[in-house]
Design a protein around this ligand. Structure first.
Ligand SMILES: Cc1cc2nc3c(=O)[nH]c(=O)nc-3n(C[C@H](O)[C@H](O)[C@H](O)COP(=O)(O)O)c2cc1C
Length: 189
């Protein structure tokens, strides 16, 4: 039942994964369900780069080195952040870099393209939940570094949205916390 999948969906973090690899067939289902997100004018702005196996090390090295270069230049470098970026990706089975690619005609406002990609991300979260796979979206690290775009095949107008981590969960999904929907809705009838 869809209500149960939506309500039971939780973010499951790297430290909560076993070292078992998620079946690529499930990752492909996650991606193909992402592709069914709503999209104004059918621009389909979502793009994905999937890192797994040695690919995770490539991602880790890239992001740690970029972090070091940018933050050494502006004086905000922190060694523990650097070590985190260098080692944490290998705790995930797969990391999917989620990107927004602007269409050439800029048919719809940017906010709608970002919105469409977040709809795709929710499809990913729900698919992983339905298949019993742990996941969460991270917007840390180099997500908002302009210098990161090229590595993911993005141009200036495009955006890196975040990193969708996947792993086999070794925890029971905790009960979620939300304030009541009634506090957030006005009905006009
Ligand atoms: C846009 C967005 C960005 C997020 N970025 C991070 C992040 O950088 N690090 C993190 O630990 N969790 C991140 N999360 C996951 C949230 O922390 C998580 O959704 C929230 O705590 C609610 O928990 P739940 O997903 O289990 O319901 C992000 C979620 C969203 C929607």
């Amino acid at each position: 039942m869809i209500d149960k999948v939506i309500e039971s969906r939780r973010s499951v973090y790297q430290q909560q994964y076993t070292n078992e690899r998620v079946d690529d067939a499930i990752v492909k289902r996650i991606l193909s369900n992402a592709n069914w997100a709503p999209t104004h004018k059918l621009t389909e702005p979502w793009r994905f780069v999937v890192f797994t196996g040695d690919g995770l090390k490539k991602l880790a090295t890239f992001q740690a080195e970029l972090y070091k270069r940018v933050t050494t230049a502006d004086g905000t470098f922190k060694e523990d952040r650097f070590q985190n970026l260098l080692t944490k990706p290998m705790l995930s089975s797969h990391i999917i870099a989620v990107c927004m690619k602007r269409d050439e005609k800029k048919s719809v406002p940017e906010i709608e393209e970002i919105g469409a990609v977040f709809c795709a991300i929710e499809n990913m979260y729900l698919t992983a939940t339905a298949y019993g796979v742990g996941c969460y979206l991270s917007t840390g690290g180099v997500t908002y570094f302009a210098e990161a775009k090229e590595f993911f095949g993005l141009g200036n107008e495009d955006r890196l949205i975040g990193f969708f981590n996947l792993g086999m969960s070794r925890i029971e999904l905790p009960k979620g916390k939300r304030k009541p929907i009634e506090d957030k809705v006005v009905w006009v009838s």
